[in-house]
Design a protein around this ligand. Structure first.
Ligand SMILES: [Zn+2]
Ligand SMILES: [Zn+2]
Length: 217
């Protein structure tokens, strides 16, 4: 472990975060995630950030996404990492009025989105450490919201549409049925008109992009 931080998220609430930035020449694999999880338990850390200098395997990502509280961060993203950026849950915990036991969201990694003919958009995504609901913070309009549950939909003031959906991911090599909930952002993509004579301008086709996911098993 490299860094242990006790972040104060509110008056009398804090979260312990550990950051592991050991340099590995190979990709982070599922065993690294499991041993990191063990280390988080030993340190009683609620949140872990594993810096991956040489990427990670798909299984490792899946395992980290399942843990909810582990983030895999590429070495070059380290500078934009803000582990003080905690916000109270706006999802299930807030609805249930959990008070002091409500979860918190760490917006640990901003996400840049490039769209043709529009400026770069920065969005931040996080998950509540209490109820696991996805949270979005749109830096363009400043909207902050949760997408509750498996079939949620929300448009922010810049009219970007966000969705959650439950997906069947088939079976793994051991025959276990895999399912997850995906967070999707619907963005316009350019399309070529079929009838050049009649089309005055290119129609826009909207396509969903996966920005996060959490496995259910
Ligand atoms: Zn919550
Ligand atoms: Zn917005």
């Amino acid at each position: 472990m490299d860094v242990l931080i006790d972040a104060r998220v509110a008056e009398d609430i804090s979260r312990r975060v550990i950051v592991d930035a050991k340099f590995r020449k190979r990709k982070i694999d599922i065993k690294d995630i499991e041993s990191f999880e063990g280390m988080m338990k030993d340190c009683r850390a609620q949140r872990g950030i594993l810096v991956c200098a040489n990427g990670f395997t798909h299984a490792a990502l899946r395992r980290a996404q399942k843990a909810i509280t582990i983030s895999l961060v590429p070495a070059e993203a380290i500078e934009s990492l803000d582990i003080e950026s905690w916000y109270p849950c706006l999802g299930k915990c807030a609805m249930e009025n959990r008070g002091r036991t409500a979860g918190w969201v760490l917006y640990d990694r901003p996400l840049g989105l490039v769209q043709r003919d529009s400026p770069l958009t920065i969005l931040a995504i996080g998950k509540c450490d209490g109820c696991n609901d996805f949270h979005v913070w749109c830096w363009d309009c400043g909207a902050h919201f949760a997408l509750r549950g498996e079939e949620a939909e929300h448009a922010c003031s810049c009219r970007r549409l966000w969705l959650t959906e439950r997906v069947d991911e088939g079976f793994d090599e051991r025959g276990n049925h895999l399912e997850s909930i995906r967070l999707l952002l619907v963005v316009p993509v350019d399309a070529t008109p079929l009838e050049h004579e009649t089309a005055t301008e290119s129609p826009l086709i909207f396509a969903p992009v996966e920005v996060d996911r959490r496995p259910l098993n």
